[in-house]
Design a protein around this ligand. Structure first.
Ligand code: BES
Ligand code: ZN
Ligand code: ZN
Length: 497
């Protein structure tokens, strides 16, 4: 989809559909009122008849609107004005695109409201459109359900808003998030640890990033016992993917951001096997790793001033004849001993070695993303990503980035009292808690054992990495969550702490 800017006055814009949006309290105001005047009061009539209320994502489609060159006018409900932000704008633009796409429209003009004539809005609309145009139909044969959009023209900017640059940034970000979604949507028979590593290496080559793939021999040499314990139940060998972005003139002693992503390409649970119902979803258990690969793709083009290293431990979790068994004791790369009481709590095991490896490469700050616990879905449903952090300043920084990126994230507690719940009986620590409750917190506490005093944030994306149903703004499947937040974090990561 081409995205261009349009500077003609609203009435002169040529497109198959002109899209704009109305707020709940005052659906006919500002630019909508201008369109209404040109259309002889049609919109006012629709509003008084209850067909145009401004309610969030309401679609009012008018064919051959008087006073407009465009073939159609689509007014999307934007909800309450005081709650409206760039996150809502991103969704709304995506919902409009998908609504029009199913009606055969291929050329769209998107008119922002008078209060949104700025670069941040141009970026949000660009992202919303490109994320919505993504379809997970790679393996469907025959005619596809809908044809891709040819172009979208962004209208309503004031001359100084820098919309062209914002569109370019928005495209890099959205296409990187879509790259993550592509990787994550692949079934596990295609997306093995080896293939994930190849795809990451190919991306790194194309983008000029340094990339090193550790194979099973190297992983053994490095004594990554926690990762190996998960991998030993599978015939597919594990990989550790290391991608590095180095800025052109890195200042001496400047911070190094480490991004560690869980990539279990399929999680059967191992010997502590999962129930059959919905087990197919566990191909999504590499969404954290896929997110980090997408982030690195974007950073290669956006060029932040900070060095960033992504570490992605990749493995299957299978119940093969050599699989680890409940009660087994493993020695992690850090030297800590772990009692594996449940082989289904495997994400924290592979993150442990991923984090130790990242630290050996000199990272000063760490963020990990993982589809770690079913418990976070109980706590926050599919709405918010769970955020766990021990360093308040760094955690706050991440939450600011999440807000800017329009990704909902919510802080979770990390009190020292929870630490006792992962203390081991026969080893230093155990991979599940003896007590009841707090499953996502104890997961985070386990990971913390490998972080020590490095400022660190853990993102539990088990609820937000996948849409079980199609949303108006996105098809079902991988969402690419955390990609935009982490890009924003890296781009604004100028000072330490
Ligand atoms: N990949 C799962 C987490 C998960 C479960 C995501 C359900 C989405 C839906 C993870 O490896 C896992 O199985 N975690 C266990 C941990 C438990 C054994 C302490 C869980 O959440 O049940
Ligand atoms: Zn598991
Ligand atoms: Zn898992």
């Amino acid at each position: 989809m081409k995205i261009i800017t349009e500077s003609r006055p609203t009435g002169a814009i040529e497109a198959q559909a002109l899209v704009t949006y109305a707020f709940e309290e005052e659906p006919i105001s500002g630019r909508i009122a201008e369109i209404d005047q040109a259309a002889g009061g049609l919109l006012k009539r629709l509003a008084s008849g209850g067909e145009l209320t401004g309610k969030m994502l309401e679609m009012t489609l008018i064919h051959a609107p008087a006073g407009l060159k465009a073939e159609r006018l689509l007014v999307v409900g934007a909800g309450k004005k005081e709650k409206f932000n760039s996150g809502e704008l991103r969704k709304l633009a995506g919902a409009a695109l998908r609504y029009l796409k199913t009606r055969g429209v291929k050329r769209i003009a998107f008119l922002v409201r008078e209060t949104d004539a700025n670069a941040a809005s141009a970026e949000a609309v660009t992202e919303g459109l490109l994320l919505a145009d993504f379809e997970a139909d790679k393996y469907k044969t025959g005619k596809k359900k809908s044809e891709p959009i040819e172009w979208a023209a962004l209208a309503g900017w004031d001359g100084a808003s820098g919309a062209d640059k914002a569109i370019e940034c928005g495209r890099i970000i959205a296409e990187s998030q879509n790259f993550t979604r592509e990787l994550a949507n692949e079934p596990s028979n295609i997306m093995t640890p080896k293939v994930l590593a190849e795809r990451a290496a190919e991306m790194a080559r194309e983008q000029g990033l340094a990339c090193e793939i550790l194979d099973e021999n190297r992983i053994e040499e490095l004594k990554m016992g926690a990762l190996l314990s998960v991998a030993q139940g599978s015939v597919e060998p594990p990989r550790v993917i290391a991608i590095t972005y180095t800025p052109v003139n890195p200042a001496p002693n400047s911070p190094v951001l480490g991004l560690v992503g869980k990539a279990v390409t399929f999680d059967t649970g191992g010997i502590s096997i999962k129930p059959a119902a919905d087990m197919d979803k566990m191909k999504f258990d590499m969404c954290g790793g896929a997110a980090m690969i997408g982030v690195m793709r974007a950073l290669a083009m956006l060029k932040p001033s900070v060095k960033v290293i992504a570490i992605i431990p990749a493995t299957e979790n299978m119940p093969g004849g050599k699989a680890q068994k409940p009660g087994d004791i493993q020695i992690a790369m850090s030297g800590k001993s772990i009692e594996v009481l449940n082989t289904d709590a495997e994400g924290r095991l592979i993150l442990a070695d991923g984090i130790t490896y990242a630290r050996s490469l000199g990272v000063t700050h760490l963020v990990d993303a993982a589809t770690l616990t079913g418990a976070i879905v109980v706590a926050l449903a599919g709405i918010n990503t769970g955020v766990f952090g021990t360093n308040q300043a760094f955690t706050d920084k991440l939450l600011v980035s999440a807000k800017a990126a329009g990704e909902k994230m919510w802080p979770m507690p990390m009190d020292d009292e929870y630490r006792d719940m992962v203390k081991g009986t026969y080893a230093d620590i155990q991979n599940i808690s003896n007590g009841k409750g707090g499953g996502s917190i104890t997961g985070a506490m386990f990971i913390r054992e490998f972080v020590d005093d490095v400022p660190w944030v853990h993102l539990d994306i088990a609820g937000t990495a996948w849409y079980d149903d199609t949303k108006p703004w996105m098809p079902k499947g991988a969402t690419g969550v955390a990609v935009r937040t982490l890009i924003d974090l890296a781009m604004n990561f100028t000072s330490a702490k």
